[in-house]
Write a protein that binds this ligand. Structure first.
Ligand code: NAD
Length: 447
């Protein structure tokens, strides 16, 4: 990917040929974006990418001009190609960008480990980016995404779309209105049962790669390994450390999102994990991550404890949930914000429930309507309004989640985090996981 910069220069010089002015990458995208139709491409058109594409294309001002998927079968590239018949088709996202001087925006809906490697060059080309959650696979990548979005002044949105749902927007509003007072502690959990591979070694042997799958392109920046049916592509990559981020990575950017939005926290200063020993290649069955954050105007103290729990059937210890009556039913996934005047239960995904200090449930709460997370990005690219999960916000949220996944590698050991220096200051082995090795020839171009 070393030649992306050259491609960028090439694209920019091509775009301005015949004019006397020089455009920065930023201006380049803006000239084509402001208050005009938005030309977009989607990378990863199957799985969640399909609804991402339909969500953004729902804007009448959007033209889908490029589609890219490493799998040409009907469920992946096929259905998108049928629906957007005039769009150019690609298997290789690098070719899409190479030929994409008419593109203003790119959707990145691939497995987690390819989010940053695809988004960063797109941003460096001045493209607006809509990227799936978690924003990235490593903390370094998350920091890079935030820096790049700022430097190239593109419009970005992470797809933690529940943020725009009435349920989460109402929860944030109630906290900002002081309905539970300042917050003393937070508990967030995902008690569902993941269906992807866990606690298994890497399978031996290899299976023939189906004709419709470009396995080399799927592997992208990751070290090469043999193709195995049903193990990685599609969907099951989540359970493998090389590609996914386990249950915390899969749900953290959703469930912790209203906590971040409501309390305006950014980076933890320390964390400690309780989890079983990690297998060499897959993520664990369960984990508890206790984070400590600096306090904000919405917290009762100068520090805030946020605890994440995942594992089948988990929920927070009831004795910590002071305003909830014994018979209060907790959702299978969500958060409880324990405040000075009451507690807010934020189910994932349903309207929040507010318990007062006397343990009664508050009725007739205000309801904040939903907005459209997808067209919000398309509109912002065209100069109308702003996104709410831009990378300046989504970067630190993702970093927090990914610090938890580093902690899972070192259970029982406190990790102290200096966000500004990007250092786990007390643990050299843990620090190594702030980034990762990349396949030779596929190293990202850091900004
Ligand atoms: N926001 C949400 O609610 C939500 C829900 C599900 C998944 N996701 C996220 O969406 C992303 C995709 O998840 P999924 O479950 O759809 O995975 P998936 O494996 O089912 O689908 C990914 C799609 O991308 C394609 N693809 C893979 N690598 C590619 C590459 N290098 N270039 C082009 N195409 C490529 C695949 O062929 C497939 O069509 C993940 O980051 C996941 O965390 C988010």
């Amino acid at each position: 990917m070393r030649d992306v910069k050259n491609r960028r220069s090439f694209l920019k010089s091509t775009a301005i040929a015949g004019t006397a002015i020089t455009l920065s990458a930023t201006q380049y995208s803006r000239v084509h974006g402001a208050n005009e139709r938005l030309q977009i491409a989607s990378v990863g058109t199957g799985g969640k990418g399909w609804s991402d594409l339909l969500g953004v294309a729902a804007s009448p001002q959007v033209d889908v001009i490029g589609l890219c998927d490493i799998d040409s079968s009907p469920k992946h590239l096929g259905q998108a190609a049928e629906r957007f018949a005039s769009a150019r088709r690609y298997a290789d996202w690098r070719k899409l960008l190479d030929e994409g001087n008419d593109l203003q925006g790119v959707l990145v809906s691939t497995p987690d480990f390819m989010h940053a490697p695809i988004s960063l060059p797109a941003i460096q080309l001045g493209k607006h980016v809509f990227c799936q959650k978690p924003l990235t696979h490593t903390v370094t990548e998350a920091r890079q995404m935030k820096k790049a979005a700022k430097k190239f002044e593109v419009v970005t949105q992470m797809c933690n779309q529940i943020q725009s749902h009435s349920a989460y927007r109402t929860a944030v509003h109630l906290v900002h209105e002081g309905m539970i007072g300042k917050v003393r502690e937070v508990h967030s959990w995902q008690g569902g049962s993941p269906s992807w591979p866990r606690n298994i070694p890497r399978p031996s042997g290899s299976d023939p790669v189906p004709a419709n799958v470009r396995w080399d392109l799927w592997q992208g920046v990751a070290a090469e390994r043999p193709y195995k049916i049903g193990m990685y592509h599609p969907f099951n990559w989540r359970g493998w450390q090389a590609y996914g981020t386990g249950q915390l990575g899969d749900f953290g950017c959703h469930i912790l999102d209203p906590v971040f939005k409501a309390l305006e926290i950014q980076s933890p200063t320390k964390l400690i994990v309780d989890a079983p020993e990690l297998m060499p290649e897959t993520w664990t069955d369960r984990a508890t991550v206790q984070y400590e954050f600096p306090g904000t105007q919405y917290t009762a103290d100068s520090t805030l404890s946020v605890t994440w729990y995942d594992g089948v059937g988990v929920s927070p210890p009831r004795e910590r949930l002071t305003h909830l009556p014994d018979d209060a039913k907790l959702p299978g996934a969500g958060s409880v914000l324990v405040g000075e005047k009451g507690s807010l239960v934020i189910p994932h995904v349903a309207m929040p429930v507010l318990y007062r200090a006397d343990q009664s449930v508050a009725e007739d709460l205000p309801v904040i309507p939903s907005v459209d997370h997808y067209t919000q990005w398309a509109d912002a690219c065209r100069g109308m309004g702003e996104t709410t999960s831009h990378f300046d916000y989504a970067g630190p949220l993702t970093e927090t989640v990914l610090l938890g996944t580093i902690g899972i590698r070192f259970p029982g050991q406190e990790l102290q985090w200096d966000a500004e220096a990007m250092k786990i200051t007390n643990h050299a082995d843990a620090q190594q996981w702030v980034t990762k090795p990349y396949r030779k020839g596929w190293e990202p171009d850091w900004i």
